[in-house]
Design a protein around this ligand. Structure first.
Ligand SMILES: Cc1cc2nc3c(=O)[nH]c(=O)nc-3n(C[C@H](O)[C@H](O)[C@H](O)COP(=O)(O)O)c2cc1C
Ligand SMILES: CCCCCCC(=O)C(=O)O
Length: 375
């Protein structure tokens, strides 16, 4: 729990959010909070959890819950990890180094973004177990830049590489466009050749500089066949983030992905895309035992995590809440927000009569409510 110098303790993700809102520059807050276009998918992600009802079992003799989970040979104390989010130094001077310390203190996976504002090596040096870090990458036109990042992550001891596949171009984010959002000050994507990054720092009225940057540097011609190239660059497990359909989940398995993340990028890409919770069961059904399925989008409470885990996710990731924690209290705030959610999950598992994550299956949730409007 994060105790501020004054004011009540922060107990929930929502407490952290309200606290952080006053501490972050307005244009950065819009960048964090915002989604694509009318933000319908952003809203749908959270709303989907309101339709879940849990099915507790009683007299199960459960006095405590074990939230531990293993993935790619690494044990994590919690199945609630940190999704990749760019530029943490917009929020805290220590940036991703503080986030990594917080994640490590909470025993959580931290997926470091390609557009991190601290080096891959500094982030690894901040934690006792760098295999609890993964590196996220986008597919750039400059494959040499991708190759060098992946190799650096491997040398620094990272546990996996995550390729984000839902950004052939950036979603239109009205908030960022109205703000002329630009990465400013001394914040930069320090792991990438500055020549590749120049456009992200040029402000233009009515434009998002990061959208312009992605249009200039990402490779939208990517197809499933290209994955073999990335596979060949590293011995690390390869995770694909941004899958929403059974068809693509099956293709990911066919093309040798080691895991996938059901994600709509936190509602920041295709507005109107399906809420991730509503996509989860079609994906887990399609994948079966072929590889682990992870999940992100709208997870704000331990019971949200419980629902996604019960519907087949091996792990859930959260994007915005750790940023709220970082703003509210640096590394302690990141650890605080993760511990809060993990504590809620453990509490709910006891009350639901499920002592381990393995004991969580579809019988723990009422599936019928997932298809009703507001059942
Ligand atoms: C401020 C911000 C920056 C993000 N940056 C990245 C990124 O660099 N790479 C990526 O794959 N996803 C990025 N995402 C998407 C997250 O990884 C994740 O999919 C999303 O935040 C999950 O939804 P949630 O915020 O509701 O938990 C970003 C999201 C936010 C809010
Ligand atoms: C020029 C940097 C692009 C950062 C992309 C971050 C991201 O994925 C997001 O959703 O925002």
């Amino acid at each position: 729990m994060t105790q501020l110098r004054s004011g009540p303790p922060l107990l929930t993700a929502s407490d952290y959010r309200h606290n952080a809102a006053h501490l972050v520059e307005p244009d950065v807050w819009d960048f964090i909070e915002g989604g694509a276009e009318d933000e319908r998918t952003l809203a749908a992600n959270e709303r989907a959890f309101d339709r879940v009802r849990l099915r507790p079992r009683v007299l199960a003799g459960v006095s405590d819950a074990d939230t531990g989970v293993s993935l790619f040979g690494t044990r994590h104390a919690t199945p609630i990890g940190i999704a990749p989010t760019a530029y943490h130094r917009l929020i805290d001077p220590e940036g991703e180094v503080a986030t990594a310390r917080g994640a490590s203190a909470a025993g959580a996976l931290f997926v470091v973004a390609m557009f991190a504002s601290r080096t891959i090596e500094d982030i690894a040096a901040a934690v006792p177990q760098p295999q609890g870090l993964w590196l996220q990458v986008y597919w750039l036109q400059r494959r040499d830049v991708m190759r060098s990042l992946v190799r650096r992550a491997e040398r620094a001891g990272y546990g996996a590489v995550m390729l984000t596949v839902d950004v052939p171009r950036m979603g239109r984010r009205w908030r960022d466009m109205r703000n002329g959002f630009t990465i400013g000050g001394d914040v930069a994507a320090v792991n990438i050749d500055p020549a590749v990054m120049a456009a992200a720092h040029v402000r233009d009225e009515g434009e998002s500089a990061i959208a312009r940057h992605t249009a200039d540097t990402f490779d939208p011609t990517l197809t499933w066949a290209d994955l073999a190239w990335l596979r060949a660059q590293t011995g690390l497990p390869l995770v694909l983030k941004g899958i929403l359909t059974a068809e693509d989940a099956a293709l990911a398995a066919d093309h040798g992905a080691d895991a996938i993340v059901v994600s709509n990028h936190g509602g920041r890409q295709l507005d109107g895309a399906v809420a991730t919770l509503d996509a989860l069961t079609e994906v887990t059904d399609a994948v079966g035992d072929r590889m682990p399925v992870l999940f992100d989008g709208g997870v704000r409470r331990g019971t949200d995590a419980l629902a996604a885990l019960a519907l087949g996710a091996r792990m859930v990731l959260t994007g915005r809440p750790p940023l709220w924690g970082l703003a509210a209290g640096g590394a302690d705030g990141v650890a605080g927000v993760l511990r809060a959610a993990t504590g809620e999950l453990a509490h709910a598992m006891v009350l639901a009569g499920r002592p381990t994550l393995a004991a969580l299956d579809r019988s723990a949730v009422r599936l019928s409510s997932l298809t009703g409007a507001d059942a």
